[in-house]
Design a protein around this ligand. Structure first.
Ligand SMILES: C[S@@+](CC[C@H](N)C(=O)[O-])C[C@H]1O[C@@H](n2cnc3c(N)ncnc32)[C@H](O)[C@@H]1O
Length: 279
């Protein structure tokens, strides 16, 4: 398992280097454009994760003092920033989004579990930075927080995420957040409601990126069940909480076993993982 993860990491690093070289050679005559795009996406990452403003975390998880290391790994819930996934997982999202753009993997991007919208805003910013007009970003959420545990899913028994009002962000607030960056337009679509109700008939078409951040067994399993088959070959499946939420990991492991998915799991930051769908 460890060896598999390491070879996957190495492969991914080599792909990143190759991608950087491709970007360099493709845009070497557009040096200024490349530099400005890089600065824009770095700036967006800093704003969306709050690492620029160093906003203190919400007290829900303990400390209320900004700590750069916690924000790097997404271990706190920011009081102001528009995403809680931290710099590493946000950077990973950019890497994979760029990868599918360069490899022309068909499909839209979706996140299931958007909170204040930060990761989706970053995806829309990436499309903007590359002038992509034929893909959409889908933001799926109840916009009311997490569901109480359903007895049908014993893995969620005792889960208390639904009691945190901090996790309930109304859709109007999320749309306003997109607007603040000038990124609310027809390339952004919202799926409001519980995943079990909104995902089965969601009018998405193929997906190049499926990012799951619903924390619970039920939320993760619903996303996999209704969206996995829409992910294009060569697209990416990202699981935000795989290493920290037992129910989430169980849903992913069960789904992979059930569908005989052998694609290598690659670590992001000790919390999130992803794999590339090869078949
Ligand atoms: C951890 S937050 C997502 C963080 C976000 N990705 C970010 O960039 O900061 C989890 C979100 O998932 C949503 N959620 C979890 N389970 C859900 C479900 N079954 N149906 C709809 N929304 C759900 C919650 O409302 C919440 O906004």
């Amino acid at each position: 398992m460890v060896a598999m993860v390491r070879s996957g990491d190495l492969l991914h690093t080599l792909r990143r280097i190759r991608r950087k070289l491709v970007i360099y050679f493709r845009y070497r005559h557009f040096g200024n454009l490349r530099r400005v795009r890089e600065r824009y996406l770095q700036l967006m990452l800093g704003c969306l994760t709050g690492s620029i403003y160093e906003d203190p975390p919400l007290k829900a998880l303990g400390s209320d003092t900004f700590d750069a290391k916690l924000r790097e790994y997404g271990w706190d819930w920011p009081s102001v920033a528009h995403s809680m996934i931290g710099r590493r997982r946000m950077g990973n999202l950019r890497d994979l989004a760029e990868e599918v753009l360069f490899n022309r993997v068909p499909g839209d991007f979706i996140e299931t579990g958007v909170w204040r919208g930060g990761a989706c805003i970053y995806l829309r910013a990436i499309l903007e930075a590359y002038g992509v007009r034929d893909r959409r970003v889908w933001a799926a959420d109840s916009f009311e927080g997490l569901p109480p545990p359903d007895p049908a899913y014993p893995a969620d028994a005792g889960d208390t995420f639904h009691t945190y009002t901090e996790l309930a962000v109304p859709i109007e607030a999320v749309k306003r957040n997109f607007e603040k960056y000038g990124l609310l337009d027809e390339q952004v679509a919202f799926l409001k409601g519980w995943f079990k109700d909104t995902l089965p008939g969601a009018p998405t078409g193929p997906l190049a990126i499926l990012r799951m951040d619903g924390d619970m067994y039920e939320s993760t399993m619903d996303a996999l069940t209704h969206l996995y088959d829409r992910v294009s070959q060569g697209g990416y499946v990202i699981v935000d909480d795989y290493r920290v939420v037992e129910g989430c990991r169980k849903a992913v492991d069960e789904f992979r076993a059930m569908r005989n998915i052998m694609d290598e799991i690659i670590e992001i930051d000790g919390v999130g993982i992803f794999w590339q769908k090869t078949a």
